[in-house]
Design a protein around this ligand. Structure first.
Ligand code: URP
Ligand code: ZN
Ligand code: ZN
Length: 459
């Protein structure tokens, strides 16, 4: 099996040049000028960008949450991701409180078995850290390749752990070369505000937003950074949304601490004014909520300052029928929104096309940094000889419009309906196989593979 991509503009996190790219079997075999080889298939990429496949390290597929399940499973979710240029996702396994991490892993292996189109890996969300769970950490890292452990500082009673458990977990994870990631918002403060709004009869989606003010995220982010500094564990904040939280991370750099930061495409592109649309605002009920324009500016700047290293989605879609569970009470609206398909193209259009980030920065935050931070580089996240041939051929000038009528996600509305984008994914190659060709699917369900990740060096 071989593919020769000719005359494309190859952009990685560090380079930007025109060349030919030869793929043999599942790997990049050669890069050079005017390669003279007889490949099985030749693609003329003149005028196109040739990019590493996108990596979205924050998705929730078929996840039990708030009395229902997210509506994309491994099949629909990874296929929609591929259509948009994302060749790999990292999904969250959720431990059930009182049960083991390995039982949760078995459930997620069943969910994903034979179903994925795109490649995937798992984070383990630890919702109950105790002496039993402690013994599972080393095995998960060394035998299963699950090196990142997610924690929740909110969602009390279901997912949240307390600070004592957090510090214990951090010590254990550090010992074995893993990383602790966090949903950093102050759960107790949020629960108080939710109760207050409900008791006052303030029940619309707007009060979801007003129950999670910026301070709840800034406080928890600073506390998490302090605990990570104290224990010395490798740390990562998921879906960071606002100036206050980013300032906590900036402050941590003053003591030479590195806290990795992910934001999500929605926090860069849409804002809290959407909650003024009465119940329609439920489409954007997610945690943390959308923020303000000043926060968007901070996040774009944070990307360019290197403080924000990853742009993910927190893809957690629900059908409108499911959102209606909270018709009379915002606290019952399943939290999450659909974006897995649009992250790559939205980020290009709003970022590169509008001059906010360079093409190199785009590749860095849409692919390379996730591969590096989560122990998959250089197998994933770049175009280099020997790397997996996960390649997107992208037209930087083609205009198109997002709509529920044309998207591939299993959800019956779009959070970005009518958005006009510049830049479109034309072809997607996954491990050397043409997977998407101008919107046509060329691979079978089950082609997607589990990616085992490497523990982090202690040096
Ligand atoms: O609203 C969200 N973010 N839903 C998914 C769960 C989480 O907090 O990441
Ligand atoms: Zn979260
Ligand atoms: Zn999430």
């Amino acid at each position: 099996m071989s593919i020769l991509i000719k005359n494309g503009r190859i952009v990685t996190a560090t380079d930007d040049y025109t060349a030919d790219l030869l793929i043999i079997n599942d790997k990049v075999a050669a890069i050079g000028q005017k390669l003279e080889v007889n490949a099985k298939q030749t693609i003329d990429a003149t005028g196109m960008l040739v990019l590493p496949g996108g990596i979205d390290p924050h998705v929730h597929l078929d996840m039990p949450f708030m009395g229902t399940f997210s509506s994309d499973d491994y099949s629909t979710g990874t296929l929609a991701a591929l259509h948009g240029g994302t060749t790999m996702v990292i999904d969250f396994i959720l431990q059930t409180q009182g049960d083991t991490l390995y039982n949760a892993l078995a459930t997620w292996k069943e969910k994903s078995k034979g179903k994925a189109y795109g490649d995937y890996s798992y984070h383990m969300a630890v919702t109950d850290f105790n002496e039993n769970t402690r013994t599972e950490i080393a095995k998960l890292i060394n035998e299963e390749g699950i090196t990142s452990f997610k924690t929740f500082m909110a969602y009390k009673g279901a997912l949240m752990i307390d600070d004592g458990q957090m510090v214990d977990l951090m010590n254990e994870v550090k010992e074995h070369g893993g990383m602790v990631t966090v949903h950093a918002t102050n759960g107790d403060m949020i629960d108080k505000l939710i109760a207050k709004h409900r008791s006052e009869g303030k029940l619309s989606p707007l009060y979801h937003y007003l129950s999670q003010p910026e301070v709840t995220e800034a406080e928890a982010s600073a506390r998490f950074a302090d605990m990570a500094n104290y224990t010395g564990v490798k740390s990562y904040i998921v879906h960071l949304t606002c100036e206050g939280a980013l300032n906590a991370v900036r402050k941590a750099t003053e003591r030479n601490q590195k806290v990795h930061v992910e934001t999500c495409i929605q926090y860069l592109t849409i804002d809290a004014s959407l909650y003024e649309k009465d119940f329609e605002g439920a489409k954007w009920v997610m945690s943390p909520p959308l923020r303000e324009k000043k926060d968007q500016a901070t996040l774009w700047a944070g990307i360019n300052q290197g403080l924000v290293q990853v742009v993910a989605t927190d893809h957690c879609p629900f059908m409108w029928e499911q959102k209606l569970m909270g018709k009379d009470d915002f606290s019952k609206i399943p939290n999450g929104h659909p974006a897995i398909e649009h992250r790559f193209e939205l980020l290009y259009s709003e970022g590169v096309n509008k001059g906010r980030i360079t093409p190199n920065k785009f590749v860095e935050v849409a692919s390379t940094n996730a591969a590096k931070i989560f122990g998959m580089f250089p197998q994933k996240g770049t175009i280099a000889v020997g790397s997996d041939a996960d390649v997107v051929i992208f037209d930087p000038n083609e205009k198109h419009t997002i709509s529920v009528d044309s998207h591939h996600m299993n959800v019956d509305y779009s959070a970005y309906e009518g958005w006009e984008l510049t830049g479109k994914t034309k072809k997607v190659i996954l491990r050397g196989k043409l997977a998407i060709d101008d919107g046509e699917v060329k691979i079978e369900k089950g082609y997607g593979q589990y990616v085992k990740r490497k523990p982090f060096s202690k040096i």
